[in-house]
Write a protein that binds this ligand. Structure first.
Ligand SMILES: NC(=O)c1ccc[n+]([C@@H]2O[C@H](COP(=O)([O-])OP(=O)(O)OC[C@H]3O[C@@H](n4cnc5c(N)ncnc54)[C@H](O)[C@@H]3O)[C@@H](O)[C@H]2O)c1
Length: 288
């Protein structure tokens, strides 16, 4: 079966920093032409400017929740010779108790993390299927395989992405076996995702929201929300380097691997979850 070589054309969303910027650098080093996208123009342009001048790079500023943004990215990649790899990576994460998180923050996370991938996959697959060659990858999360408290919108959007990509993989195996799908499930990675997400949401921290007069919380749950928020932040701050994920993505493009779990503890967490389902035991709270 042919494999989409790394010297083709890749779309990377969320390329303005963190994991997406590391993926862009790794693909550039492998000789891939790039269509890089982000909602943050200055961050995106800084990443593009840092890449070797020998690499062809086009940038596209937009919101992954908007399908016309993805159509424009695919058109740009087709003009460069045809999209071979699509890395749907943009995402946001906001903490809070599920009944207290403002509805706008629920919707922002589902729109970005889930609908962003749906739109990206739906835009990239038609030309790939037509040519019988290509690879769509979605950056979900370990939170797509297990559930933590205080991240219900994030967890549910990432579970949805894992299910989506499994379905897509089965469909491609039947309808276009030369086109591959992968789902990437990192554990904690040291990026500014928390601060970036709060900035996008134009929001204060979750604990502040819970304590806020007039919010759905009555203040009595603020300590729980704050403690979870701190634990989540500590985890991200002490996480692995974004390059760990970029290396795993480049390897997945080379091998066609579906499950991309750069950190072994994520697979162990998923295994424990399934064992608890089999045994009829309740799920583990991974933040304790
Ligand atoms: N950092 C972690 O611990 C971790 C763990 C597992 C999975 N992930 C996932 O990895 C992906 C990348 O996250 P990161 O940690 O590099 O975060 P990050 O905040 O450093 O990078 C995310 C990028 O996406 C962009 N973005 C956000 N919303 C957007 C939108 N609506 N449209 C276009 N661009 C948008 C941001 O501007 C930012 O440049 C996300 O999907 C995240 O859920 C992160």
């Amino acid at each position: 079966m042919p494999s989409p070589s790394l010297d083709g054309v890749a779309i990377v969303t969320g390329a303005g920093g963190g994991i997406g910027a590391a993926v862009a650098r790794s693909l550039a080093a492998a000789g891939t032409s790039l269509v890089l996208a982000d909602r943050d123009r200055s961050a995106l342009e800084a990443v593009a400017a840092s890449l070797p001048p020998s690499v062809t790079v086009i940038t596209g500023v937009g919101d992954v929740g908007d399908p016309t943004h993805h159509a424009a990215l695919v058109t740009a990649a087709e003009d460069l010779g045809g999209v071979t790899v699509s890395v749907q990576n943009a995402g946001v994460a906001l903490t809070g108790l599920s009944w207290e998180v403002p509805l706008e923050q629920w919707e922002l996370q589902v729109r970005t993390n889930y609908w962003g991938v749906v739109h990206g996959v739906r835009a990239a697959l038609p030309p790939m299927v037509r040519r019988g060659l290509g690879h769509v990858l979605a950056v979900a999360s370990g939170a797509g395989l297990v559930a933590t408290p205080g991240l219900a919108p994030y967890v549910s959007s990432k579970h949805a992405v894992v299910g989506l990509m499994e379905s897509v993989r089965h469909e491609l195996a039947r309808a276009a076996p030369g086109v591959r799908a992968s789902v990437v499930c990192p554990g904690n990675i040291a990026t500014p995702i928390n601060a970036n997400s709060l900035a996008v949401a134009d929001a204060a921290g979750a604990a502040d929201v819970a304590a806020c007069e007039g919010s759905a919380g009555d203040g009595s749950t603020a300590a729980v929300a704050r403690q979870i928020d701190e634990t989540v932040r500590r985890g991200v701050d002490s996480g692995a380097e974004p390059q760990t994920v970029a290396d795993a993505i480049v390897e997945a493009v080379s091998t066609g691997r579906f499950w991309v779990l750069p950190q072994p503890e994520v697979a162990l967490g998923a295994l424990d979850r399934v064992q608890r389902i089999v045994d009829g035991r309740p799920p583990a709270d991974l933040l304790i």
